[in-house]
Design a protein around this ligand. Structure first.
Ligand code: PFF
Length: 468
């Protein structure tokens, strides 16, 4: 369709980039503290069910739509139906909102590379306080956040195979090796078994509607779904690739890293007598504490861990920035560089507000929450889930079944009726399941005003869809 469109350099490059998008702060920073705050094992079990039934099917659907149309999110929806443009735009809004807080945490990871090397580990007892003081500081985290964003701008401005693909190929495997190392150290600490029990012995007594919504939101967030990111990445994919296989590999890698992060963190957390519901500081406190016990070599490992965390964050945030940039390039005919620079500029501003909301601006709230939480909760608890549901409805009810069969099977035969199973899951099960989880979760959540605001935004986008 579009002859001059960029493409991935190789199959490995695509998988690494898609896995790079999926594996990020969501797995290593957020998954452990979400699990911690939502009761551990029961949350994880629900999460896994959502990942492999809903997440995997939605990922296949996103790849299929992207490759079929060779267009990024908005264009892909529009290609089939102008009325559906809003679902793509909702994705762009989501990407933009996630980038409202993601670079702040990416900046923390980057800062911790240097902090690890300059004495953070020498006073193990003060690691928690140091983190608190750092993120509430009005200047320091801003500088790191801006450096992190600049790295994004440079990579995304270079385009697909030259920038995004290369960064992922080297550092993702490094991250994997380091996490295994930390996990081994963590489970061999005295008192570690309580952490493994917390992770793997399901206790359903604390499960509420909230738990399901949190698990669903985390599944979409972690797999980079529900906002057109995988549509966009699929649009650069060659026709020879088998979509279901690639989706399965990406999903498995993503889940493996999240579980590994859990195994790395919880046993150590219990061994050190810390609180599982420690919140966003978890990885920044527990991991340095583990390494602090190892002497000099620990300093080096901690620094490498935070380099790898920064890269994991970077390969995800570039995909978020790419969603916004691709919209401007494909739909508004903007030149790539101009699209990236203007996107980056606005993200610096939202990032500053977000970072300050954890410290000096903590008194300023929107619908009851600070700026950081506003971006986080709105995307995680509502936009991505509704975005994923809209995609499933779109694929199930608007896109021609034969187009999908062609994309998924590459024209060949399908074993075990898998295509029809997938199709029915997408058409019926996912829309219904997400609707039920969303309703239960929203009824149960503390920030009802914010949720209603989110729904209103989606409604307004829908009404003005012809203008988008
Ligand atoms: N999947 C990323 C993570 O787990 O950190 C975050 C993310 C990237 C979400 C891209 C959504 C997205 F489109």
């Amino acid at each position: 369709m579009n002859q001059s469109r960029e493409n991935w350099g190789s199959r490995m490059g695509f998988i690494m980039a898609a896995a790079g998008s999926a594996v990020g702060l969501g797995n290593i920073w957020r998954f452990p503290y979400m699990a911690g705050a939502n009761g551990g094992s029961a949350f994880i079990l629900i999460y896994l069910v959502f990942v492999f039934i809903i997440g995997l099917s939605v990922m296949i659907a996103e790849f299929a739509v992207g490759r079929r149309t060779s267009l990024a999110a908005v264009g892909a929806y529009k290609h089939y139906s102008k009325r559906w443009t809003f679902a793509g735009v909702l994705g762009v809004v989501s990407a933009f909102f996630i980038m409202g807080f993601y670079p702040v945490v990416g900046g923390w990871a980057l800062a911790y590379v240097f902090k690890s090397l300059t004495g953070l580990l020498s006073n193990a007892g003060a690691i928690g306080d140091t983190f608190g003081a750092f993120i509430t500081n009005p200047m320091e985290p801003l500088v790191w956040m801006i450096i992190f964003l600049l790295m994004n701008v440079v990579i995304v401005a270079k385009g697909i195979s030259g920038g995004i693909e290369k960064a992922g190929k080297v550092l993702m495997p490094t991250l994997f090796v380091l996490l295994i190392l930390i996990a081994v150290r963590s489970v061999t600490l005295p008192g570690a078994s309580a952490g493994l029990a917390f992770l793997f012995q399901p206790d359903f007594s604390e499960v509420t509607g909230q738990t399901f919504l949190a698990a669903l939101g985390q599944a979409f967030f972690s797999l980079s779904l529900g906002m057109g990111c995988m549509i966009t990445y699929g649009s650069y994919l060659s026709k020879e690739e088998k979509l279901p296989n690639n989706a399965l590999i990406v999903t498995a890698l993503d889940t493996g890293v999240a579980l590994l992060a859990g195994i790395a963190i919880f046993p150590a957390l219990f061994a050190f007598g810390m609180e599982p519901a420690a919140g966003p500081g978890l990885v920044f406190v527990v991991v340095p504490s583990i390494f602090a016990q190892m002497g000099g070599i620990g300093t080096l490992f901690a620094a490498i861990f935070f380099v790898a965390l920064t890269v994991a964050a970077l390969t995800s945030s570039v995909s978020l920035m790419e969603v916004v940039a691709a919209y401007l390039i494909d739909q508004k005919q903007m030149d790539r560089k101009k699209a990236v620079y203007s996107t980056g500029f606005i993200m610096v501003i939202t990032g500053i507000l977000s970072s300050l909301s954890l410290g000096v601006m903590s008194g300023f709230t929107i619908l009851g929450v600070g700026v950081f939480d506003f971006f986080d909760i709105l995307t995680d608890k509502i936009f991505l889930a509704i975005g994923g549901m809209l995609l499933a409805i779109f694929v199930g009810w608007v896109v021609k079944k034969e187009d999908l069969r062609d994309e998924l099977t590459n024209g060949g035969a399908v074993p075990f009726g898998l295509f029809d199973i997938w199709y029915n899951v997408v058409k019926y099960v996912i829309p219904l399941a997400v609707a039920v989880v969303a309703v239960l979760g929203i009824l149960d959540i503390a920030q009802t005003g914010l949720m209603l605001f989110g729904l209103a935004v989606i409604l307004v986008l829908g009404i003005f869809s012809h203008k988008l």
